[in-house]
Ligand binder design. Sequence first.
Ligand SMILES: [Zn+2]
Length: 578
Amino acid sequence: MIEKPRKRISRRDFLKVGVLTTAGVLAGFTRIESSVPTADTVFVNGTVITVDRSGSIVQAVAVRNGTIVEAGTKEAVSRYIGNTTKVIDLAGRTLTPGLIDSHGHLPHFGARERNMVKLQGLETKEEVLERFSERARKTPPGRFISGWGIESNDLAFINRRDLDRITNEHPVLAVHTGGQWGFANSYALKAAGIDRSTPDPPGGRVRKAPNGEPTGLLIHYPALYLVRRIAPPLSDEEIGKNIRHAAMLYAGDGVTTVHDNFFDMSEVSANRHAGVYFGQALSGSLPVRVKIWPYIPSIREASFAVRELVQLQTARPDSPFNDVIQYRKDNPEGFARVWGGMKIAIDGGGPTSLWYRGERSVTLHSTEDLHSMVKLFHQAGQQVSVHAVGDKAVDVMLDAFEEALKTQPRADCRHRIEHALCPQTTSLERIRRLGIVISTHPQWLYPWGEKMAGLKGQRVIPLRSYMGQGIPVAIGADPPAFSLWQPQYALWEAVARTTKGGYHFTPEESISIKDALRMQTMGSAYAGFQEKEAGSIEKGKKADLVVWDRNFYAIPANEIKDAKALLTMVGGKVVYER
Ligand SMILES: [Zn+2]
């Protein structure tokens, strides 16, 4: 079982990273008269895993004005200690660069944790329905009930009738863990105006029974939105709380930067909260740094996005991007730091992902639209991040990227493929040649590996092959799609590759803990064009640092997942302390 991290801060843990002193002469740290500026914080007596180019391990780090000014020996760092310096005695504990999650969705992750009916970890239909029942009993009639995280890959896992047995007084939507398909009850279908005459929305499917009635199954975002749009909109305040809550959870596990590559602010989703999110990200008021790739659902929205957000040409009066456009105009420098690029999707998750040996899968876009979107973004100088799970989906994307690059060669574009669960071995050479970054999640193997029965024996999440090819790899947890967010699980599974049931996925794809840590620091930084400022502990980089209760390099692989962050620092500021 995967245990949840302890929320409580034990006094013992706290004392382990106690502040030695903040003033005067320290035992063994007499400040020698020197011309170097006084540090705000120094860490001493630790195992500092720098993740610099040569993988140096040092003992101490000095931080000033949010930046690392020294990383080296105790002597080198002690020169920076002045009267106002806070000295943190690591007492042999381990300090690493802040971890960078290359794929997470703060607003939705926060909503799952705070408000939604959380279904992850429930195995049977009965358990899922019972969880909804509990919520329905406590919810005033008419209020929308939103559930997240069905982990079965069976498109007939439940249907509207099952949900009707739970309640006829609330609209209910139960979404698959990946977020790309789900089930609605009759109340929700009726309120959304979905009946036997409802056509499939472009890129989506409203599944009908042989008698023509909708079964409740909705496939892909456009179909889910038909129901989602009847849910009362959240207030800006609630959205802000969800984002902050998710950011705090990340900070509590040593993550200092999150790449959010699904923030849907399109016309289709009618989400008007972009201003809240960009505002929080820009103000630096969140405990983690955030970089955002807005989700663009269609070719129509793609042309609006480029015209309004990139070229800053006149926007539609009611453009969903209005707030974001304003931020870009008001603060172009800050905006460039939080802006990732454009996110699109080609397939879904589980049975709705696109494989060479699957017939049921549908793509979200026609090949023609897909190529046009990629070209449009590429030519506008944008980094494209694309959701592609299945092997065929990866190849479909490679075709689109190759064509865009042929039309307009551009160096160092770092277009990204998110997920890429098990690409064909023959595709790897092309991924490398096109300079594509793979953003993936080894931690998925543990709880979901058994559900990937058809992939047993195959090179699922082939980290070593990627390294061998020289393909840049970034790692993220993908909450809320994945139940966990702790990067320790990624580090562990990049090494262990074991499922909950004890199956070893192609052990030859296992990598060392050193390489795993590099992927989730420097690798993820590279995926967000942040490698010059983050991802390692080096002079001149931002002071994004984590103190751990154990040394990842010195413990058995099985213990990596149990590591606890004791202190997280972002830009020189302590954002979390256990
Ligand atoms: Zn995702």
